[in-house]
Design a binder for this molecule. Structure first.
Ligand code: GDP
Length: 307
């Protein structure tokens, strides 16, 4: 067993405190050999299906996420949540974030919530989100990444998630925005939230369905539109089933493997560009990871060369 695998096993056995410490050490020393070994071990042992959920503030994401966590836990699945907060700032190392938005039982070892500041990487998703996701992907059955749909973050979440859920609020103009922004190509599932606002919810659904019918689909997956009222506990189970349906679709053939491979290549390129600029990217030359190769290890090697 190498050091990274041993450390991963220790974190898996060490509960939430061990995971929180590991995430903190990834933040303080992301390039150190200990972090790279841990991330590479986690990268080689993916377990979770990774779900991205995005939508504007107030659309009902927190309420929906609470509902999803409840359903997954009831099915005996463990859940790791990463909430990427575009507005949060660090204060003495602590994130003035929104972890209190989720009502999770602190005694439940099967659910772990972590807020992360968006900072500037990838236009919305922190570099550390990817590291955190990879670590948590090796530890839980489901990893949920929440981003607030402002600017580019709707499109960024697709680079770290296997299944992307876009939330639209009835009567808010989101569905119009959805069409204008041309993001209709991105989500695998669209949730019209607050479906208890019946007439407006139906209107939002037909707007979204109209937009989707014009959008280009990714492969032969056709995005599904679901009506959910998380508050009234309606439709959450159907959403859980729809996520499982997309996960099953991805597991056919090499879809999941190739999608994750593309994400890793894109992450490597974005990381190089962010740290060494265009010039660094040019010096490094074209990079393609071999199947299963750790992007963290490759980045560390390139960083030493370029520094
Ligand atoms: P977020 O900002 O996207 O995380 O949204 P929240 O989950 O905090 O919800 C924003 C507001 O919408 C809150 O006042 C919720 O009570 C309300 N809300 C959330 N889900 C529902 C729902 O299913 N139906 C209705 N009518 N209101 C909801």
């Amino acid at each position: 067993m190498d050091d990274g695998t041993a450390r991963l096993a220790a974190i898996a056995g060490g509960g939430k405190a061990a995971l929180a410490r590991a995430l903190a050490s990834l933040e303080t020393d992301p390039d150190g050999p200990v972090s790279v070994a841990l991330l590479s071990a986690a990268y080689a042992a993916p377990r979770a299906h990774v779900v991205g959920i995005t939508g504007p503030p107030g659309v009902g994401k927190s309420t929906l996420i609470n509902g999803l966590i409840g359903h997954w836990r009831a099915q005996g699945r463990t859940v790791g949540v990463i909430a990427v907060d575009p507005s949060s700032r660090r204060s003495g190392g602590a994130l003035l974030g929104d972890r209190t938005r989720f009502t999770v039982d602190p005694e439940d070892r099967g659910v772990f919530v972590r807020s992360m500041a968006a900072r500037d990487h990838l236009g919305g998703l922190a570099a550390l989100t990817v590291a955190g996701m990879v670590l948590m992907r090796a530890l839980f059955d489901v990893v949920l990444i929440e981003t607030v749909g402002v600017g580019q973050s709707e499109t960024e979440v697709v680079r770290v998630a296997d299944t992307v859920i876009f939330c639209v609020q009835p009567g808010s103009g989101d569905s119009l925005q959805f069409m204008k922004a041309g993001i209709a190509e991105i989500p695998h599932l669209v949730v019209v939230t607050k479906a208890d606002m019946e007439q407006q919810a139906r209107r939002a659904r037909s707007d979204v369905e109209g937009a989707l019918s014009l959008a280009e689909c990714e492969g032969d997956w056709h995005p599904k539109v679901l009506m959910v009222s998380a508050q009234a506990r309606q439709g959450v189970e159907d959403l859980v089933d729809a996520v499982d349906g997309h996960a099953a679709y991805l597991k056919e053939g090499r879809r999941l493997v190739s999608a994750r491979q593309i994400q890793a290549d894109e992450w490597l390129e974005a990381s190089l560009r962010e740290r060494f600029g265009r010039e660094g990217l040019r010096k490094a030359g074209p990079q393609r990871l071999m199947e299963g190769e750790s992007p963290f290890r490759r980045l560390a090697v390139l960083a030493r060369k370029l520094a």
